[in-house]
Design a protein around this ligand. Structure first.
Ligand code: SAM
Length: 235
């Protein structure tokens, strides 16, 4: 059975999609998509040999070699121009996901939808989308096995600023769609982050003041204020 995390990614893969799953590891996601989402085909990309071999083994064992092509390579290097219209990248940090997209920009012209699941640093993906004219069209936040995950869905074309109808800084940090919905997982995550920032702030207050600690404290105060605002019931 697929994890709730990957099932949430799968939810956004359209019927008939030509998919690349980058950093596929065991290839659980493309195998699930081939069996449940009626995709045209998938490329499972992996940069590391061990996970690549595990993907190959699983795809073969599931009898899906005709639908899923397992390839060894870095980021979007594994796909040909025009080959896919949907890209999934899950289970990595937001900064790594953005660097993969950025280095593979040329391959993105044929891509309609990105479904990204950063373990941390979703903010860098939102910034990248804004800077590269991808519109954040949906977001999800979920908790599984005591960990909180975000899933970001972006499409090319349209007005990238459109989802950010309130404060841009807050939207980039919390996610414009998630901040509108404010479900219980969202509240839990940002309450914990706020408490963590407060703890760091109090530690810095005890340390000797340098230009770096002053800058860090200002950043923390800014973020704590944003979190307080977003956690208010009505705004
Ligand atoms: N996507 C799967 C998931 O969400 O369950 C696997 C996540 S696993 C933690 C991250 C995988 O990404 C690892 O197997 C790693 O080798 C791979 N990876 C890291 N950087 C990569 C890159 N630049 N190109 C392709 N794969 C990469």
């Amino acid at each position: 059975k697929l994890s709730a995390r990957l099932a949430t990614v799968a939810k956004y893969v359209p019927n008939g999609a030509k998919v690349a799953d980058i950093g596929s590891d065991h290839a659980y996601l493309p195998c699930y998509l081939a069996k449940n989402n009626g995709i045209a085909y998938a490329v499972a990309g992996e940069v590391a040999v061990g996970p690549f071999q595990s993907a190959e083994r699983n795809v073969k064992a599931e009898g899906l070699s005709g639908v899923i092509s397992v390839r060894l390579g870095d980021g979007l290097d594994v796909i040909q121009p025009g080959e896919v219209d949907t890209i999934t990248i899950a289970g990595m940090g937001g900064a790594l996901i953005t660097s993969i997209l950025d280095r593979g920009k040329k391959k993105l012209t044929s891509v309609k939808r990105l479904i990204l699941q950063p373990n941390i640093g979703a903010i860098s993906i939102r910034k990248w989308c804004l800077d590269n004219s991808w519109v954040l069209c949906a977001e999800e936040i979920l908790e599984e096995d005591g960990k909180i995950y975000e899933v970001l869905v972006a499409e090319q074309g349209g007005e990238p600023l459109a989802p950010y109808d309130k404060n841009l800084d807050a939207g980039l940090l919390f996610g414009p769609h998630l901040a509108k919905e404010k479900n219980s997982v969202f509240r839990k995550k940002w309450l914990a982050e706020k408490q963590n920032w407060e703890r760091i702030y109090h530690q810095l207050e005890k340390a000797a003041e340098t230009p770096e600690t002053m800058k860090k404290k200002q950043e923390l105060i800014h973020n704590i204020k944003l979190a307080e605002e977003v956690l208010q019931d009505e705004n």
